[in-house]
Write a protein that binds this ligand. Structure first.
Ligand code: CTP
Length: 399
């Protein structure tokens, strides 16, 4: 699948750099050509000799290497690649990328490239959770940089949490998805996912139990079939899929704006569990207990994102797909919902507690279209996502 793909692999300075040696092997096994770049900090963890021996290629290290400047300028180096992969991407490298700094070979290549870039972050959990890194992450995702991982687990520094670099095979899967030459190649698809958080005051909010698992699986399946996926997500429990453009939002109103900024698209899948109401006049100061009684919250209705997009007079996506999570009379409610919202398809599911669907790994859906209802067998959320992506590919192929 990666035959003749040219990957520029930037290895940053972190203990996870040793995993990048395995990544090089796995990429080459699949036919990719790997040109390695080792940062100065990276050299503290793996030697240039082992990197170049495994890559079967010269390892690039210095920005001002006269020989190389003459033979192949640094701009050229990143542009001849089909994909630039940064693994491990340290907090420092991410900060440089987010700021557009170019003070060594790796950062200069990243700023000078017009090739897609994928990063596999790896760092101490506190560095990952730090507001600055999270801010940089959002900036990079907004710039269209693909992010793989990090995973949760025990870290070399003895702490536990998110920050471990994704495993080499996970990175390989994300790289393969990037090059997937599937039936959705050239199609731009919007996916909304996760819950929304509606503030009561700066520290409290109203939310729901959506984990974002089904939306993430759909984003992943569409990307695996070659689509360009714009993934607009509220604060979900599960990480966003690799290989998609992530737009992170908090509230329903922000989600609507992000969706409108994303149009035009070939299809929209509205899997988010959007809060129906927000608190009218949320306080900008923390509400305090008072002798005068309990606070009274007034609600205002949130925009219906699916309905707004379905009913657009100009620029409506050719295929609009909604979800209907119901606890009773699933078919009747979902059929009525399709009419009311004006979308093309509805995926209906029974989320009553005894089904174990909400928060679980399986789903049992009914696809409702203008032609009628079709029950799908109970299967994993990943399998539902793949089946849906295949149906979308068929439908878009016919238009
Ligand atoms: N949806 C949306 N914006 C909203 C509410 C819902 O885009 N403000 C979308 C969801 O993403 C989903 C579909 O509408 O695709 C149905 O969501 P659901 O919560 O089941 O429906 P409701 O509109 O809340 O209808 P009801 O209250 O009758 O269940």
């Amino acid at each position: 699948m990666l035959a003749n793909k040219h990957i520029l692999l930037i290895i940053g300075g972190g203990i996870a750099a040793f995993k990048s040696l395995d990544l090089i092997r796995r990429l080459r096994e699949r036919g990719a050509q790997v040109t390695p770049v080792l940062t100065r900090a990276g050299e503290e963890f793996v030697t240039p000799l082992s990197v170049s021996a495994l890559a079967g290629n010269k390892v690039y290290r210095e920005l001002f290497d006269l020989g190389d400047e003459a033979e192949m300028g640094h701009i050229q180096l990143s542009r001849v690649a089909d994909l630039v992969v940064v693994a491990p991407a340290t907090a420092d490298l991410m900060a440089k990328m987010a700021q557009g700094l170019a003070n060594d070979l790796a950062s200069t290549l990243l700023l000078a490239t017009d090739t897609p870039v994928m990063i596999a972050p790896a760092m101490n959990v506190r560095m990952w959770d730090h507001a600055a890194t999270q801010r940089n992450l959002k900036t990079l995702q907004g710039d269209g940089i693909k992010v793989v991982g990090p995973n949760k687990g025990d870290m070399a520094c003895g702490e536990h949490g998110p920050g471990r670099m994704a495993e080499p095979m996970e990175i390989v899967a994300a790289i393969e998805a990037q090059f997937a030459d599937g039936p959705l190649q050239g199609k731009r698809i919007l996916v909304t996912s996760g819950p929304t958080h509606e503030p009561i005051d700066p520290v409290r909010y109203i939310a729901n139990r959506s984990s974002g698992a089904q939306g993430a699986a759909i984003g992943q399946a569409l990307a695996a079939q070659g689509a360009e996926v714009i993934f607009v997500t509220g604060p979900a429990d599960v990480p966003p899929p690799a290989g998609v453009k992530v737009v992170a939002v908090q509230t329903a109103q922000q989600m609507l704006e992000a969706v409108q900024d994303t149009l035009p698209v070939d299809a929209g899948v509205f899997a988010a569990a959007v809060a129906d109401w927000r608190v009218e006049g949320a306080s900008d100061k923390k509400l305090k207990k008072s002798k005068d009684g309990l606070p009274v919250l007034e609600f205002a209705e949130n925009p219906d994102i699916l309905k707004t997009v379905s009913r657009m007079e100009t620029g409506r996506p050719p295929l609009v797909i909604g979800f209907a999570a119901e606890t009773n009379d699933v078919l009747a409610h979902a059929t009525a919902k399709r009419e009311r919202k004006g979308c093309d398809w509805i995926l209906a599911n029974d989320v009553s507690p005894e089904t174990g669907i909400m928060g679980g790994s399986e789903n049992a859906v009914t696809l409702i279209t203008a032609q009628g209802a079709e029950d799908w067998p109970r299967m994993s959320k990943d399998a539902v996502a793949t089946a849906l992506a295949t149906r979308i590919a068929q439908a878009l192929g016919e238009t």
